[in-house]
Each structure stands twice: as structure tokens, then as C-alpha cells.
Design a protein around this ligand. Structure first.
Ligand code: NIG
Ligand code: FE
Length: 437
């Protein structure tokens, strides 16, 4: 080793899941813990980590360009949010009172509100307005310890407006230090112009939108809201198979409200992940386990919709040995929060997951839900130097002391971009000038 760009010292406790592949069932509890640790970084990647003593002896005679001392804090891999609806116009606080008085999510949508309200605001917004709003949200996520975010389209529901959303996500990925992974979700709702003609809208998605999105390289994944009154199993299958034929990997909003069979479909077509799953049947979970589909659970959404029902995380982990991942589902309707730490608390409270399972779900399993298990999601030699540094003595403290942000600092690709709870400089929020590995 000739040189270290950044040596992170003073790590009171380093906790990480091991390896690159999804951690299934009981493995989710097995995290590595090192007290009094250091991490050595070169060209944006981790080149060594371990106890301070081990790392120091490894680095004898090596030039160290910069050293930071994190003051005995807790360090984990940068958190990963694998399910968000990041780019959109407007907000929907006007629906709050209606929602709290008991009008259901699907009834609001059927009345032309909900997702369709955000479609109007998103179509009306300029690309710059969408960019500025999403950038603010991304900074909020970053300040929470998140270093990679998935972003779905699905508030355009026309060729031009879907491409506009995806172009904004692409520009954010190029200019913001966080990595943004794009998903095409033209099948998020049936637009008003196609009311009563869902099949014609599916034709448009299959014949025009998916080929164009794939041709322009604007998305890696394709997602569908497979739900009673939105897109049926047959329509979802048709859309996802077309996406796969065009090189887009399948994700699916499955069995959120009704047990339609979305989990079974995810298994059948080999989707990388299935999301929500509150109503998934045992048969559906077994199909997912058989075909290696990652369940992405969104406890903030069931919480905010006031549902008594929760995803069956314990059965997924204990009975089906699935590799559960967690995400915010950040969106203006069912879950308007950027806070992955709130999600961690809700995963403890309502999904009964342990702190170790929660960390695994927010790191290596989330990375694998985005097809990036080899690059991010654990502290390992050769991986990107993405680290979250918390003002917390141990892992359990994160979901325990709730309602506050524990993140003290964030390192992304070896650059310190949050320190002392603030963005380091405005410049730090641009990718240009950062060492890319
Ligand atoms: O994942 N379920 C469908 N889509 C989003 C909600 C989008 C919205 O309400 O604007 C979700 O919860
Ligand atoms: Fe969603």
C-alpha cells in the first residue's frame, strides 16, 4: 500500500453485516462488531478496516493524507433507501383531514385525488422545480445517514412527463453526492385521460413508454402498482415482462392492500424485489423464497395510513428465511418522510425486527434489492467507502431513542460530506470535483 487518502480513527464501535450477498433469515442477526476501530480509504474505496491496533500495524510506512477522529462514535455502512418516489411536484397535506376521518387510500385515488393529484402537480412543474425540490429531500436523506437512494417515476403517466421525471433523477445522480438509482414506474396509476380504459394505458406503457425509457438508458428497474382497482396481475405481468425484454429488472408493489397474488407473480417472473406485502399469502412468500425475491418492507406507509395490519416480517425471516430489506417509500401521499431512522424505529415497533436485523435490512439487503451488493451495503475491503457515523453508543440505541436524528457525519465515496450534523459545504453537494474510484 503506498498511500491512504483518509484514515477514519476513533470509531468506538463499528458494526456491519458481512459480505456481498443477501443475508437470509437468521443470518440477518449475524453482524460483525469491532470495538475501537479504524477504516482506511483510498480512491473512494475501503482498503483496510479492523481494530485500531491492527490497522496501524498494517499502515506502518504508508503515507496518510488526511486523518479524522470520530470521537468514539458508532459507525455503520452508509444506509441505503431502496424504495422512494423522490421526484415529484407539490404536496398533499390537503388530504390529511379526509384521511384521518377514515376515507381510504384507494377511495381518495378513485375520486381523482391521491397519486392523480400529484400527477397534476408534477406535470405542471418545470424540470428545474422538480430538481430543486428533490435535491432538498436528498439532502434530508443524506443528513440522516443515507448514501444511496432508489427513485421511481410514476407521477407523469405520459411519455413526456415520465421522461421528465427520469431526466431529473439522472441529473441528480450526476450532480449530488448521493447515488440515485432509477426505476421506471409508468404503471403507478391509470391517468384520468384513460379512465375506464386501463388496457389502453397498458398498451401505451408496453408499446411506447418502456421502449423509449430503455432506449434512452433512463432506468435500470421497472415497477408496477399491482393492486385491486389499479393494475391487475395480468396487466402487471405484461408490463414487467416487456420491461425485462427491454433490459429493465422487475420490481413490484405487491399485495399492499388486497392479496391479489403479487408476491406469487414476483416469484414467477424472478423479480429482484417485491415491496409492501402486508397482505401477501404464505404461498406468495414461499414463491418469493424459492426464487430469491427480496421483500422490501415499508413500515412508515402502514403507520401513516393508520393501518392495524403490518407486513409479516417475523414470518418472512423465521419461517421463509427471506432477506428482508427496509425503505422509507418517501412519497407525498402514503409516506411523506425522508427519515430512514423513523423507519428503523417502526421496524422495531411494528415489525418486531431486532436492531441487528434492522441494520442488515437497511444496508446489505437494501443494496441487493438494487443489484449493488458487490459495491455497497457492508464495510469490506474493496467496497465503496460509504459510512454513516452516529451519536449513539450501540446499534439498539438507534430505534430506541426515537424521533431525533442520530447522524453526526457521513462519508460518501471517501469524502466527508456531513460533519457535525451539517452538510460540509454547498460544494460538497455536487459530484464534480469528487474523487471517483
Ligand atoms: O408506494 N402504493 C403506491 N404508491 C405509493 C404511494 C404514492 C402516493 O400516494 O403518491 C406507495 O405507497
Ligand atoms: Fe412506493
Amino acid at each position: 500500500m503506498e498511500r491512504i487518502d483518509l484514515l477514519v480513527t476513533g470509531i468506538g464501535r463499528l458494526v456491519t453485516p458481512p459480505g456481498n450477498v443477501p443475508r437470509c433469515g437468521q443470518q440477518m442477526r449475524e453482524v460483525h462488531e469491532i470495538m475501537d476501530a479504524m477504516v482506511a480509504i483510498r480512491a473512494g474505496k475501503i482498503v483496510a478496516f479492523g481494530t485500531a491496533q491492527d490497522v496501524i500495524s498494517l499502515l506502518a510506512n504508508v503515507e496518510i493524507v488526511e486523518t479524522i477522529d470520530v470521537g468514539g462514535r458508532l459507525v455503520t455502512p452508509g444506509l441505503i433507501d431502496p424504495h422512494t418516489h423522490l421526484v415529484h411536484g407539490g404536496s398533499r397535506e390537503h388530504e390529511l383531514v379526509m384521511k384521518r376521518s377514515g376515507v381510504s387510500y384507494l377511495d381518495i385515488l378513485a375520486q381523482g385525488g391521491g397519486i392523480l393529484n400529484t400527477v397534476q402537480s408534477t406535470r405542471a412543474a418545470s424540470e428545474q422545480e422538480l430538481y430543486d425540490k428533490a435535491r432538498g429531500s436528498l439532502n434530508g436523506m443524506l443528513l440522516n445517514g443515507v448514501t444511496t437512494v432508489e427513485a421511481k417515476s410514476g407521477y407523469g403517466l405520459s411519455l413526456e412527463a415520465e421522461l421528465k421525471q427520469l431526466r431529473v433523477a439522472k441529473r441528480l445522480n450526476e450532480t449530488h453526492p448521493l447515488d440515485i438509482v432509477s426505476t421506471f414506474m409508468g404503471a403507478h396509476a391509470v391517468p384520468l385521460a384513460y379512465k375506464g380504459r386501463a388496457e389502453a394505458y397498458v398498451d401505451l406503457i408496453v408499446n411506447e413508454l418502456i421502449p423509449k425509457v430503455a432506449e434512452e438508458g433512463l432506468a435500470e428497474f421497472c415497477d408496477v402498482f399491482c393492486e385491486q382497482g389499479v393494475f391487475s396481475i395480468e396487466q402487471s405481468r405484461r408490463i414487467l415482462l416487456k420491461g425485462m425484454a427491454c433490459g429493465l429488472i422487475s420490481k413490484i408493489h405487491a399485495d399492499e392492500i388486497e392479496p391479489l397474488g403479487g408476491a406469487e407473480l414476483a416469484g414467477e417472473i424472478g423479480a429482484i424485489s417485491a415491496e409492501h406485502l402486508l397482505a401477501a399469502t404464505d404461498k406468495g412468500l414461499a414463491a418469493m423464497a424459492e426464487h430469491g425475491v427480496i421483500p422490501v418492507l415499508l413500515p412508515g406507509t402502514s403507520f401513516n395510513l393508520g393501518l392495524a395490519k403490518h407486513a409479516r416480517a417475523r414470518a418472512m425471516i423465521d419461517t421463509y428465511a427471506l432477506p428482508v430489506a427496509l425503505a422509507t417509500d418517501y412519497n407525498p401521499g402514503s409516506c411523506p418522510t425522508e427519515s430512514i431512522q423513523l423507519i428503523m424505529m417502526l421496524a422495531s415497533l411494528n415489525l418486531k425486527m431486532t436492531p441487528e436485523e434492522i441494520l442488515t435490512a437497511c444496508t446489505i439487503n437494501a443494496a441487493n434489492a438494487l443489484g449493488r451488493g458487490g459495491e455497497i451495503g457492508s464495510i469490506a475491503v474493496g467496497k465503496r467507502a460509504d459510512l454513516a457515523i452516529f451519536d449513539a453508543p450501540n446499534l439498539a440505541y438507534l430505534p430506541y431513542h426515537f424521533g431525533i436524528n442520530h447522524t453526526f457525519a457521513v462519508i460518501k465515496n471517501g469524502n466527508v460530506i456531513v460533519w457535525n450534523r451539517a452538510l460540509v459545504t454547498d460544494e460538497a453537494c455536487k459530484k464534480e470535483g469528487h474523487d471517483e474510484p
